[in-house]
Design a protein around this ligand. Structure first.
Ligand SMILES: [Ca+2]
Ligand SMILES: [Ca+2]
Ligand SMILES: [Ca+2]
Ligand SMILES: [Ca+2]
Ligand SMILES: [Zn+2]
Length: 364
């Protein structure tokens, strides 16, 4: 009798878990200051669906607070977004990742990082090289090598909760907004991807999945360097004005890999995502709006067909965005507990990876 009684709650718990698998891990809270839930219910539902896409793929037990909007944003503006950031020591990123190893990708990624106070890298466009495009080796372990900016959402996934409660309680507060995302209400969106994306419309849910991906940490400090440098600014800034993002610790070029260092330059040379010290390219990155290929470095390289992932720089009319293994591996190795498709594991065997380095343009 006693045994039977204690058995019942287990059955009940299992029922709940199987009925609501998304509730086991990553959850989203939506802050809706302009009440789009009433004024634009399709957009509100689209944001919720986009959150569910990530909840089904990432299993960290964290809640992310997104402030959402859907309103006129002015001509040619699709979305306005921004994230909250945490400035942290490289060593804290390293230790966070070392204690958060749950996948073969995580293990390989941590092994590729130095257990040190900082990381050397190729840089350019700084005061240290006279603002020149020519790359130089920055191995002085100054602030830009030892500090980084992680989004607060990324930080929640990276560091243990009890540590955050002690050191960063602010980002756990229910009123803390991890990111805000507003889409223009003046564009032709298709809000329901379940029956395909209508010709001439943009995939709202896929676009929201993309923007949430930036908030989760798919982000590059190279974009700051790319913009805040000559010729936009006559005088180049010191390299220490340019802290990197977690994904930048897996950013390489052929030239930097040969030197055994990362590539944090903004220029047109090919850059790629690698978790084994630059030996294997998993996917190429975009290289910068001003000094690179024309696209923000916080994305995969643009490819018209067979996109490298949802973090492609552009959404196209009539096309559904889809999260790829590349997207999941990138988030996995910066602190998320990802659930990649089995096919992703072939990447570890090497050999399967051959990349087309395309240069083309345009659209999110
Ligand atoms: Ca430096
Ligand atoms: Ca549709
Ligand atoms: Ca992981
Ligand atoms: Ca994690
Ligand atoms: Zn983007």
């Amino acid at each position: 009798m006693r045994g039977f009684a204690s058995f019942l709650p287990v059955v009940a718990a299992l029922t709940v878990i199987s009925a609501f698998p998304a509730q086991a891990g990553l959850t989203f809270t939506f802050t809706d200051p302009t009440d789009i839930q009433t004024t634009a219910p399709q957009a509100y539902a689209g944001f919720v669906k986009a959150g569910q896409v990530w909840s089904n793929l990432l299993t960290d037990n964290v809640n992310i607070n997104l402030q959402i909007g859907f309103q006129p944003l002015g001509p040619n503006i699709i979305a306005e977004t921004g994230s909250s950031y945490v400035l942290m020591d490289y060593l804290l990123l390293y230790l966070g990742l070392a204690f958060d190893q749950r996948s073969p990708f995580d293990v390989q990624a941590v092994n590729s990082l130095p257990f040190d106070v900082g990381v050397p890298a190729l840089m350019n466009l700084t005061a240290e090289n006279g603002g020149s495009l020519t790359p130089y080796l920055d191995d002085d372990l100054s602030d830009n090598n030892t500090l980084l900016y992680a989004t607060s959402a990324n930080t929640k996934a990276l560091l243990p909760r009890d540590f955050l409660e002690q050191v960063l309680p602010d980002i756990l507060d229910p009123t803390h907004v991890d990111a805000y995302i507003a889409f223009s209400s003046e564009l032709p969106f298709d809000f329901d991807p379940s029956d395909g994306i209508d010709p001439g419309t943009l995939d709202f849910v896929g676009s929201a999945v993309h923007e949430i991906g930036h908030a989760l940490g798919f982000d590059s400090g190279v974009d700051i360097l790319d913009y805040y440098s000559p010729p936009n600014f006559a005088d180049a800034f010191s390299e220490d004005e340019f802290p990197m993002s977690p994904i930048d610790f897996f950013r390489y070029s052929k030239e930097s890999a040969e030197m055994g260092v990362l590539d944090w330059t903004a220029d047109t040379r090919d850059k790629y995502f690698s978790i084994d010290g630059g030996v294997t390219a998993i996917a190429p990155f975009a290289t910068g709006t001003d000094h690179g290929d024309g696209d923000q470095a916080s994305h995969w390289k643009y490819r018209r067909r067979n996109k490298f992932g949802i973090m492609d720089p552009y959404g196209h009319l009539g096309e559904a965005g889809k999260v790829s293994d590349n997207d999941l591996i990138a988030l996995d190795v910066i602190g998320w507990d990802a659930v990649p498709e089995p096919s992703a594991f072939y990447l570890l065997g090497g050999g399967l990876v051959s990349l087309a380095w395309l240069r083309r343009r345009r659209a999110l």
